[in-house]
Design a binder for this molecule. Structure first.
Ligand SMILES: *[C@@H]1O[C@H](CO)[C@@H](O)[C@H](O)[C@H]1NC(C)=O
Ligand SMILES: *[C@@H]1O[C@H](CO)[C@@H](O)[C@H](O)[C@H]1NC(C)=O
Ligand SMILES: *[C@@H]1O[C@H](CO)[C@@H](O)[C@H](O)[C@H]1NC(C)=O
Ligand SMILES: *[C@@H]1O[C@H](CO)[C@@H](O)[C@H](O)[C@H]1NC(C)=O
Length: 371
């Protein structure tokens, strides 16, 4: 019998009636969440059939190369359109595999008929180029796309290639541990509906990389720009990148960066008037940076190194100011990082830890279990 491409497998139940031997997949009693981990050297891919009625599906490919499924990739999914439409699938994660770009395209083409809303790709190596979509064929109408540690042969063109396979309307785009964020802006289509761009956990990005990633006038609807742990050095540099890109978000998150004072002589920047929430927590600030927006409804300065209470003239006019976890307020916070003494892990103890680490490891490390 014909073996269906593994990624299509859960979408094409009519093709996968082969016997089930191992159980790499588990589905909960409510048929809500289905999880597969194909680590076996000879995985029984058809086990993913179990996930056919789940709403949330997570598939780990055990690092396998999915090239073997290319044979079925040119099947026209239109013939299964009714089955695909009937799927309850809303959230899908595909992780840990090498995938030819052609297969990614075939997969998105099939998902076009489904009602999936959120797609996550994680720890994938995408090889080769993506074919251009057929005229009438577009991919799924996603609201959220998350990519974490995905490498593409296409280099800086990857987002352009990927976006061609999505229906317009994407609202949230998360890109972490990216291999390239230097997009070829000239070819990048406009993200007309995108309200949240989250580039967190790209520690080598910096202001320079941000300027390359924020293609001018491609994000006209942006409301939130999240830049946690992105190697940002000054809020002023982010302001300049935002102005250059013509983005006018309401929320900017610069937490978990090592921020320093704007260098004397740096160009002055006028913040977008829309900005009303600024997150400068866990940023190792010893003083409030100069050149912040004049007026904010929310400013988070939690867990910094402020030794003195900021004077009003140092701060923007702000209705909701958070200063918890700074030494001038919580002197113990600095000294209670040894939980063996205090019995409590300080709320700010995580600040010094590298991000990208799992929460568990971070906690273990902060309590001194892991050296
Ligand atoms: C999949 O299984 C392997 C081997 O048992 C394990 O190391 C890995 O952590 C599992 N992955 C997930 C996401 O559970
Ligand atoms: C990133 O993904 C690759 C597979 O493409 C994997 O080998 C590597 O371990 C992942 N890196 C991290 C930090 O998870
Ligand atoms: C600011 O960022 C920190 C850490 O990323 C987060 O815990 C906090 O909730 C954020 N504050 C606001 C006001 O969103
Ligand atoms: C201030 O911000 C904090 C953190 O985001 C929030 O929990 C709180 O409700 C806000 N307070 C007001 C008065 O807006």
């Amino acid at each position: 019998m014909v073996r269906a491409p593994c990624l299509l497998l859960l979408l094409l139940p009519t093709l996968c009636v082969s016997e089930v031997v191992l159980e790499p997949c588990e589905v909960d009693d409510e048929d809500f969440r289905c999880f597969c981990n194909f680590t076996d050297p000879q995985p029984e891919w058809s086990n993913a059939y179990q996930c056919v009625s789940a709403i949330e599906v997570e598939i780990h490919g055990g690092g396998h190369n999915l090239e073997q499924f290319l044979k079925g990739a040119d099947t026209d999914p239109k013939q299964y359109a009714d089955v695909l439409k009937a799927l309850r699938l809303r959230r899908l994660t595909v992780a840990s595999a090498q995938v030819p770009a052609v297969l990614v395209a075939a997969f998105l083409r099939a998902l076009a008929y489904s009602r999936i809303k959120e797609l996550t790709l994680q720890d994938l190596e995408v090889t080769g180029g993506t074919p251009p979509p057929l005229l009438e064929a577009t991919g799924p109408a996603l609201s959220t796309l998350t990519l974490r540690n995905v490498s593409w042969t296409a280099g800086g063109a990857w987002l352009t290639e990927l976006q061609r396979w999505l229906k317009p309307g994407l609202k949230v785009l998360n890109i972490a541990q990216a291999h390239s964020l230097a997009f070829s802006c000239a070819h990048l289509p406009t993200f007309l509906a995108l309200t949240t761009l989250d580039l967190s956990d790209n520690p080598r990005l910096g202001e320079h990389g941000l300027t390359a990633a924020l293609c001018p006038h491609k994000f006209p609807a942006l409301q939130a720009l999240v830049l946690r742990n992105t190697g940002i050095q000054t809020p002023n540099g982010v302001c300049l990148a935002m102005v250059r890109a013509g983005v006018q978000p309401q929320r900017l998150d610069l937490s978990h960066n090592s921020l320093r004072a704007t260098a004397p002589g740096a160009p002055v920047c006028v913040w977008p008037r829309t900005l009303n929430s600024l997150n400068l927590s866990f940023a190792r600030l010893e003083q409030v940076p100069k050149g912040l927006p004049a007026r904010l409804s929310e400013l988070d300065l939690r867990c910094n190194r402020l030794n003195k209470e900021p004077r009003p003239e140092e701060l923007p006019t702000v209705s909701n100011l958070t200063l918890d976890g700074n030494p001038f307020l919580d002197p113990e916070d600095l000294y209670q990082e040894d939980p063996m003494k205090s019995g409590v892990v300080s709320a700010c103890a995580h600040s010094a830890l590298a991000v990208g680490m799992s929460g568990t490891l971070a906690v273990l490390q902060s309590v001194g279990v892991v050296a």
